[in-house]
Design a protein around this ligand. Sequence first.
Ligand code: ADP
Ligand code: MG
Length: 243
Amino acid sequence: MHHLDIAGLDAHYGKLPVLSGIDLTVGRGDIIGLIGPSGSGKSTILRVLMGLLPPSGGTVKLDDEPVNHADQAALRRLRDRIAIVFQQYNLFQNMTVLENVTIAPVKIKKRPRAEVEAEARALLTKVGLGDKLARYPDELSGGQQQRVAIARALALKPEILLLDEVTAALDPELVSEVLDTIRVLAREGMTMLIVSHEMAFIREVASKVVFMADGRVVETGSPAQIFDAPQHQRTRDFVSKIL
Ligand code: ADP
Ligand code: MG
């Protein structure tokens, strides 16, 4: 049984086709590195997985169960199981770090505050911000804010974490602290789909790399296969430019 099974997935924005026949299986604890040129459809795949864009064809299954994108209750259950972190961390500026992490579990999930706070402290310690609980976002660096955003996503206890270019907006010297946080999650066995242009990092952590172009999966393989022995010219061009 696959944790996530995407088969023959098509998606359109209006009449414009943006994903064509995407096949991708993700095992429990797999880390998928999703790479490809800008506009190739990487973010769109993540949007479909979050239930933010209904596919026009194909299926998405979670633990063998098909997701019905027309069923709002099913989409809510989906969003209980999959969380996403974006390039723009969008923290609540008027709330402390701790409040940013606890707000959704307390207000939306109606979970007991004391329990949520204890978990949030542990998560913030894990991402290296145990001493910043009472700070406000504008008192933190971009790398620290992005780590709060990751802790906020983890506070929802997702089974699968989607990371969409989470280091792309950061100053270069702040990138590694966010990658370190992702390494910790990788070691803990979190299933992740990571869209990133940090190719050395993808090579290091990914169990499988998916190269996309023009809304299609061009090539899938181990990091060594994709980076050292790409089979398709399109993949060769991309990895030779970016490494
Ligand atoms: P990537 O994340 O790989 O850069 P995207 O998934 O964001 O690619 O975009 C795939 C294609 O869909 C691009 O051609 C992009 O211009 C188009 N696109 C993305 N978002 C929208 C939208 N909201 N409306 C129309 N077209 C869009
Ligand atoms: Mg994108």
